[in-house]
Design a binder for this molecule. Structure first.
Ligand SMILES: Nc1ncnc2c1ncn2[C@@H]1O[C@H](COP(=O)(O)OP(=O)(O)O)[C@@H](O)[C@H]1O
Ligand SMILES: [Mg+2]
Length: 374
């Protein structure tokens, strides 16, 4: 049996306190040890992190240095470049200035040459128009000879009739004499009309003053000039003229020259086909007028359509060139279409040609209509 020594209550309390103190000390030591461990751990980590940061810092520093070097190199390159650009720009400016001077001088020279060429062209054109005009007059002469010959023959027949009557002692009544004299006056008027026409034509066609013109009147007048000549050569000339066409702004005699040129070309084409094909060809020419469009864009078109030899495709683009002709020197000057075009364009119009070789040709002159007064 275990025996317990009995102590006093004071002694017991003291030993309890001592025990508590010892346990607190032990506890604090543990805590301190744990704290130290944590502190050591922290320090280790801080050291590791510091080492890491130092390494990173060094790398950054190196990169920065490298960057700065690069920047400096770049700046140098840029500066070099700028120097070069400035130097080259100065050179280029000088070159450009020289070039500009040369261009301006050349341009001035070219302008002078152009002016001279234009002057020359004007003169040539006037000459061309003049020579074609003479040719038209020459061509008209044949028609005029026919035109004048008829009334002249009439007058001669009447005069002979009187002379024979006087010789043979016919008893001519006053009424009969009056009739004959009236016929002589009529025939003389007809001749005067033809002569007037050729006179005005020769005077006016060369200097085209414009006025309102009825295209149908011009067509009729041109046909009158050539009708007898055509008929005597076996070439049929017909017309189909639209009623009530608006007037155009033109010179009637210049426009008549165009009509004559186109009709003469058509005649030549038809005669050539007749020569080639004989009776199989139809020696037919039609001249047609029509209004086209309306309002401000209204136009008056005149077409000359022939059933002649036509124009080969390779010649078609050249027919308006001055002096282009497929006819012998006695028949063609190569000026008809080029002069016609300059006349028509002078009145604000256009002239077009369509052709099928072996079948015929269609030339259209299209002029802007004058606006009717409202
Ligand atoms: N209606 C036509 N039919 C066939 N060929 C034509 C016709 N009109 C013009 N040509 C061709 O265009 C050429 C030029 O015509 P043009 O300038 O009037 O000159 P030219 O009649 O004096 O030859 C003619 O030589 C001819 O070859
Ligand atoms: Mg011609």
């Amino acid at each position: 049996m275990k025996t317990c020594s009995r102590s006093s209550p004071q002694t017991a309390s003291k030993s309890l306190e001592a025990l508590q103190a010892a346990s607190e000390i032990a506890e604090r030591k543990r805590t301190e040890a744990a704290l130290q461990k944590t502190r050591d751990e922290l320090e280790r980590r801080i050291e590791a992190r510091t080492a890491e940061l130092t390494g990173a810092n060094e790398r950054l520093h190196l990169e920065l240095l490298e960057h700065r070097h690069l920047e400096e190199a770049l700046k140098k390159v840029q500066e070099d470049l700028e120097h070069q650009v400035v130097a080259r720009t100065a050179d280029s400016l000088k070159t450009i200035e020289l070039l500009m001077k040369r261009v301006i001088a050349e341009r001035k020279q070219a302008e002078k040459a152009l002016q001279a060429a234009e002057q020359e062209l004007k003169m040539q054109r006037a000459l061309v128009i003049h020579s074609d005009h003479l040719r038209s007059l020459g061509e008209m002469a044949a028609g005029i000879a026919h035109e004048l010959n008829q009334p002249l023959t009439g007058i001669r027949v009447l005069a002979e009739h009187f002379l024979i009557g006087l010789d043979r002692g016919w008893n001519l009544t006053e009424g009969r004499i009056r009739d004959c004299l009236r016929m002589i006056v009529e025939q003389s008027d007809r001749m005067s009309h033809v002569i007037d026409h050729i006179r005005v034509f020769s005077r006016e066609a060369g200097r085209p003053e414009v006025r309102p013109v009825q295209v149908n009147d011009v067509v009729r007048s041109g046909m009158d000039m050539l009708d007898i000549q055509f008929r005597s050569r076996g070439v049929e000339l017909a017309c189909d003229l639209a009623e009530g066409l608006p007037p155009v702004s033109a010179n009637p005699f210049s426009l008549e020259e165009v009509v004559l040129n186109l009709l003469l070309n058509a005649r030549d084409a038809v005669e050539e086909r007749l020569k080639e094909e004989g009776g199989a060809a139809s020696p037919h020419i039609l001249i047609r007028t029509r209004a086209e469009g309306g309002g401000e864009d209204q136009r008056v078109n005149m077409e000359v359509i022939d059933r002649g030899v036509g124009i080969p495709a390779e010649a078609l683009p050249k027919v308006f060139d001055p002096f282009f002709t497929t006819k012998g020197p006695d028949r063609g000057t190569g000026l008809g279409l080029s002069v016609s075009r300059s006349i028509v364009e002078g009145f604000g119009g256009i002239i077009k040609i369509q052709s099928t070789p072996g079948q015929g040709t269609d030339v259209t002159v299209s002029l802007p209509a004058m606006r009717r007064e409202t």
